[in-house]
Design a protein around this ligand. Sequence first.
Ligand SMILES: [Zn+2]
Length: 281
Amino acid sequence: MEIKTAALTGVLQRALLLCGMVFLFQPTLLAAEANRLLVCLANAYPDHLAQPSSSDAVYSHAGQRYPFDPKTSYRDFEDELERADLYSQMRQAYQSGPLSTTPQRNEDPGRLRHTPLFLDMYGKTFSEVASKLVTIHWAPCHCKLQFSGVNGAAQALEAVGQEIEHAGLSHFVAESMGTFNWRKIAGTQRLSMHAFGIAIDFKLPKALGRYWRWDGAYTNPSKRFPEDILRDKDFNRVVSIFESHGFVWGGKWWHYDSIHFEYRPELTSRQCGQTANPKQK
Ligand SMILES: [Zn+2]
């Protein structure tokens, strides 16, 4: 009996110790994770953002505050898309390289965006964004494209094109379907990343070009994520080249948009992608 009591006491002690450790370490871990995400943002946009000086916001060099609050509650994912702060923008880790599994429901890394940050960086009106566009040489078609010159976006796109041509993969992305376009995202009131001149669509080979709205996905229960878009080895090399220069690919979103690439260096650097979600929905 004494032995049993002693063993029980030992178990209880260990359990209490573990609870204590959880209580002790949980806030520290969360703070470290928050700080990592804030640094990712500041490092991705150094011309606009200052290094983090608090854990609940990021500030521009000019003093503009952009909130970062893991405790904000949203009605649902749509509501979060509408009102995303910088925490929402960063909470879904973007995985570079070929995906081994299809995205889970509402796993759309990059699709949550704090629009005020993009308005301040790239321009608040058609003409303001247009004034910051630069013309680049797009090697896959030896043609010209316009892209935002802010944050190194245009330079990054030009480097992507050169690398794709060098790899002999130009045929996938020789035909652009558009970069800058001052418009809202279909079916929403939110500005598209095309409005900021940091997104590009391509006319992909038929089997690869898939968009969830065109497919009627998620309103029709028989429609599923088009896994085939993740399995083309050569196209995966194209995607990896984009990612290595700071772009995310819409083909990795549950709400897939496989013709779409956008410049989001805060999600694609080695330190900032490929980590577990701190907050699952
Ligand atoms: Zn697009």
